[in-house]
Write a protein that binds this ligand. Structure first.
Ligand SMILES: C[S@@+](CC[C@H](N)C(=O)[O-])C[C@H]1O[C@@H](n2cnc3c(N)ncnc32)[C@H](O)[C@@H]1O
Length: 241
């Protein structure tokens, strides 16, 4: 039974890694195009949640599932803290590396599974994860791993798609997300499956309140969330007390 569960999780992780490998070159363009650039504002709001930590030149921040590095780059440029990015998909990291070259930055990007990191306990002042947790093969274990690497009083910030709060808007958005977005995403990236997986994975992921509960169950305190763009996405923050 346990072996079957582990095998299913490994299969899921492999499929996710291959999917992002396939869309990596088009990922940024599609992100900004399909969200009408709103994703950039959402990432800026993540940085705002970490203002105090970002100002500290001795602080260390890990951006998990950093993908092409947009959030890591933004965080590095929003203060004096040291930022590291990590992801398990090499082609996504390659795009992040290339941005380092283009922008003359030196953000360290490490290839690693966010559910099994080699950092010691109590290493980071903050951990961020943007549109990554939903893709983990086990959300609970993932949250426990992020909790483990945080220092005492360290902060987790999760940016993730969520559930729109107004019923009419929710249905309109779900139509766009499930029927329009996969066609455009599929045509541009050549991988319709990736843009069908996106709405499916969002529907399976806990909504705002259930994510609060899951964070609490995995050790976090002082959990708060903020809906973004009517709840299309949400930022959850929690502290390791
Ligand atoms: C939707 S992208 C988000 C990328 C980036 N954070 C952003 O805001 O654009 C999801 C990323 O999560 C990564 N990912 C998914 N599961 C992972 C895991 N278990 N460990 C590390 N990275 C993972 C994927 O490789 C992909 O780069």
């Amino acid at each position: 039974m346990l072996n079957e569960k582990i095998a299913a999780e490994q299969k899921h992780a492999k499929a996710v890694r291959e999917m992002f490998s396939g869309i990596a070159p088009k990922y940024d363009f599609l992100n900004h195009f399909l969200s009408l650039n709103i994703d950039k504002r959402w990432r800026r709001l993540v940085a705002q949640k970490l203002e105090n930590i970002l100002e500290n030149p001795n602080a260390l921040i890990l951006d998990v599932a950093c993908g092409t590095g947009d959030l890591a780059f933004l965080l590095q440029n929003s203060g004096k803290a040291k930022v590291i990015g990590t992801d398990f998909c090499r082609p996504m990291l390659k795009v992040a590396f290339d941005k380092n070259k283009k922008n003359n930055t030196a953000i360290p990007y490490l290839e690693a599974d966010g559910m099994n990191l080699s950092f010691a306990n109590h290493t980071f002042d903050a951990v961020t994860i943007a549109f990554g947790l939903r893709n983990f093969s086990n959300w609970q274990n993932g949250l426990q791993e992020l909790f483990r690497i945080l220092k005492k009083n360290g902060k987790l910030v999760v940016l993730e798609f969520s559930t729109p709060v107004l019923p009419g808007f929710r249905q309109a958005f779900q139509f766009y997300f499930s029927h329009v977005l996969p066609r455009i995403g599929g045509a541009v990236s050549g991988s319709r499956g990736a843009y069908e997986y996106l709405p499916d994975s969002v529907l399976r992921f806990p909504d705002q309140r259930n994510l609060v509960r899951m964070m609490r169950e995995n050790g976090f305190s002082d959990i708060e969330y903020k809906n973004l763009t009517g709840g299309i996405a949400a930022i959850h923050t929690g502290t390791k007390k």
